[in-house]
Design a protein around this ligand. Structure first.
Ligand code: NAD
Ligand code: DAU
Length: 361
């Protein structure tokens, strides 16, 4: 149970946002206002179980719409804003960076402005307890070599893609609104999430769905780039704890303590599919792996030191990669109608844009 009765969530129809809202309502029973522009990545199907629930309302809108946000804040009086809304895919940011600046930089600015005006007028206790939680990424810290120590909260920013640069800019704006105006912000920087409802432009759902259809499993470069993987429900729990106990003005690293090369990840997914779909003509699924042209500027390795959140707030990841991936593959197998719903013409066009110039190596 949280002391916060109502939250405004941005980007709640996306992958992490929708998992967060489902868990928040289940865990706290609190009220959620979900503001989402419903880009290609937003899907109200994720939240179908909440339709008609009195605790939940959805607003179709843009975080750049200052007036809309001011109106929502005034009428719903949330105790916190949880800011997920973003353009989130590195490859898309390489093909078209402009939307990333519009949403991640300008949008965060407009949201902060509206939050500041609202927060300034709140009465004493409400003002003290208000939180602006900004959900960010490990990618702002740049890329690690194989033997470098993991990123800490004090690692200097060195973003390498238009996506991570736009997230870094948003992190700086959030920091400045605390330093200059005293807005009670907290920023979290998290590693790669996986789990239910993830759009299949990202490595794990792409691998699952391509393998089921017998399509090739594209691995950029030599497949030895390393990511740290966190089950999405563990991330959502960390965010609830940060909202409850995190210190204002601080940043917290969140991660899964689970570094894997991309080739390892894809092979584990294939092994799970071999087990769950042993009758498939496409088994062994690892035979579908194809090494393709690398992502430009591909960061070699991300890893997070999560000592601060573990020791200060008492959060640690619970799900193992093995159990989390099993649950994830099972979720996709059990929700093929959800997959059908998102595999629109627009998704097929993206697959063509991203993979057409990536001949097998
Ligand atoms: P996502 O792409 O699945 O969802 C983003 C959501 O934001 C979508 O519902 C979309 O419609 C909405 N949105 C986009 N532009 C908007 C705008 N201008 N106004 C209102 N809504 C808008 O993203 P995700 O993977 O759920 O990531 C959520 C947040 O977490 C992002 O800020 C991302 O940078 C961060 N993050 C993601 C990961 C990850 O592994 N997915 C890891 C660390 C941090
Ligand atoms: O690290 C956190 C970040 O994780 C988040 O901030 C981003 O929002 C999220 O999209 C994710 O970024 P990545 O670029 O790491 O995720 P993606 O799933 O696109 O790629 C994971 C790794 O797999 C990366 O090294 C690129 C590689 N890859 C990806 C795709 C789509 C492939 O080898 N083949 C592919 O087809």
């Amino acid at each position: 149970m949280s002391h916060i009765k109502t939250i405004l969530v941005t980007g709640g129809a996306g992958f992490i946002g929708s998992n967060f809202i489902l868990d928040w309502i289940a865990e706290t029973g609190g009220k959620v206002i979900n503001l989402d522009k419903l880009t290609y990545a937003g899907n109200l199907q994720n939240l179908a179980s909440l339709e008609n629930k009195p605790q939940y309302s959805f607003i179709n809108g843009d975080i750049n719409d200052h007036k809309l946000i001011e109106g929502l804040l005034t009428s719903h009086q949330p105790g916190a804003i949880v800011h997920f809304a973003a353009e989130s895919h590195v490859d898309r940011s390489i093909h078209g960076p402009e939307d990333f600046i519009h949403t991640n930089v300008n949008g965060t600015f407009h949201l902060l402005e509206a939050a500041r005006l609202y927060w300034t007028k709140l009465p004493g206790k409400q003002q003290t307890e208000f939180r602006f939680l900004h959900v960010s990424t490990d990618e702002v810290f740049g890329s690690l070599g194989p033997d470098d120590p993991p990123f800490t909260e004090a690692t200097p920013y060195a973003p390498n893609s238009p996506y991570s640069a736009s997230k870094a800019a948003s992190d700086h704006l959030v920091r400045a609104y605390h330093h200059t105006y005293g807005l009670p912000v907290i920023t979290t920087n998290c590693t790669n999430n996986y789990g239910p409802y993830q759009f299949p432009e990202k490595l794990i759902p792409l691998t699952i769905l391509n393998a089921l259809e017998g399509k090739s499993l594209p691995i950029y470069g030599d497949g030895r780039n390393v990511r740290d993987w966190l089950y999405v429900h563990d991330h959502c729990e960390a965010l609830r704890i940060v909202l409850e106990k995190g210190r204002v003005g601080e940043t917290y690293n969140i991660g899964g303590k689970c570094e894997k090369t991309n080739i390892e990840v894809v092979k584990i997914v294939c092994a799970i599919l071999d087990e769950l779909k042993s009758e498939s003509n496409h088994a062994p699924h690892a035979s579908l792996i194809k090494f393709v042209k690398d992502r430009p500027g591909h960061d070699h390795r991300y890893a997070m030191n999560i000592h601060k959140i573990e020791h200060e707030l008492g959060w640690t990841p619970k799900e193992s990669f093995d159990t989390g991936l099993h649950k994830t593959v099972e979720w996709y197998l059990g929700n093929l109608d959800w997959v059908e719903g998102i595999s629109t013409g627009a998704y097929k066009k993206w697959v063509d844009t991203n993979y057409k110039d990536r001949a097998a190596l």
